[in-house]
Ligand binder design. Sequence first.
Ligand code: HAM
Length: 422
Amino acid sequence: MSKIQAIRGMRDVLPDETPMWQWLERKFHQMAFRYGYQEMRLPLLEPVALFERAVGEATDIVSKEMYDFTDKSGEHITLRPEGTSGCMRAVLENNMCYNKSQRLWYQGPMFRYERPQKGRLRQFTQFGVEAFGMSGADVDAELIFMVRDLFEDLGISQNVRLEINSLGTPEERQAHRRELVSWFTQHRDLLDEDSIKRLDVNPLRILDSKNPEMQEMIENAPRLLDFLEDDSQRHFNTLRTLLDNADITYHINPRLVRGLDYYSRTVFEWITDDLGSQGTVCGGGRYDGLAELFNGKKLPACGFAIGIERLLLLLQTVYDGLNPQWQFHPDVVITSELEDGGIQVQVLACALRRDLPGLRVLTDCSGTKLKRQHQNALKSGCRFILTINADQQIRLWDLQNNQQNLLAIQDIALRLDELNQK
Ligand code: HAM
């Protein structure tokens, strides 16, 4: 019989990793809370047409990477490859921006059929933040402040750098694109196969190429920043002033184009050199034209998403796997020297959980001899081992100072509480 295994590029998160996830999730939730963003919970499945229209048919995400299928009613649907499109759909469908702006966040799995490698999965998790109904560069800056605060709180500011760019308006991009196509056509002999394909459908993406033989030619290609007109130029300059005033160091990268078609004006990425080729931990930007593609109305918007798995890899590298908050261990383990002590153990555990809700209380249900129960408890990393004896007394063993005391059942909660405060 063939072995059944997890699908390639889709990982189990095991219990020794979940404390780290929960720790990171709490940090993210606190940040969203402090900035006044509200949570959205969005479907994992969406119509294919949503991403074709929003992310763009020519992008890798839509043309190659979607987990799409036809459902039983004949509808062409897909597991979401990203969260912004669904969030915009939900905001418009629920009329959430009628006469007001919205600051929202979401978290959850995304799916892309990419070639798995370190930091690149087929099911990965994003924290996403989106701000709707505000067109100024102050909101772009607010998003960047948020990520800066988060990275500072996580202790990784020194391991990431911020790159920004402006992609201008569709008209400005059009003007730039004409020049760019003409430039690449003049240098067609230098283009690799992928880039020749992109020349007609998405020439901007050629700027993203890592091919060393094309770098010099790309370096000298016309820059979109030189095609920005007054409004876009002003928007970009205001963003820069806001970042400068907040002491945020950034690098303007004219080649930063992002892999999704909906962006206009500001785009940004936070990148690390500690993870090899998959170094972008956060990507985002403004997408003022997206709402119009859905319902013809204008709704300025911007946002970002952080890849949790990548961020966790980075945190593990920076902390060298060591952070006490990333480990799980119970506070108390209850054992018994009686052969049929199960009932007393459970009664005591229920009482302690009620009286001391802050403690993690585990019972030994192994049905083994006391020696083995103690071995198991020691392995669990707990601080206290309680043992019920034949006289219905409790031996309290504090592993922090290796002291043991015999106590009456009714005194246990108080004593544990006192010791735990120390
Ligand atoms: P994105 O750059 O495609 O943007 O993805 C955002 C982040 O998700 C990346 O920076 C990376 O950390 C993580 N990520 C992407 N693909 C993978 C993968 N295959 N495996 C592991 N992690 C991955 C977006 O998705 C936009 N929706 C961001 C946004 C929000 N723009 C405006 N609002």
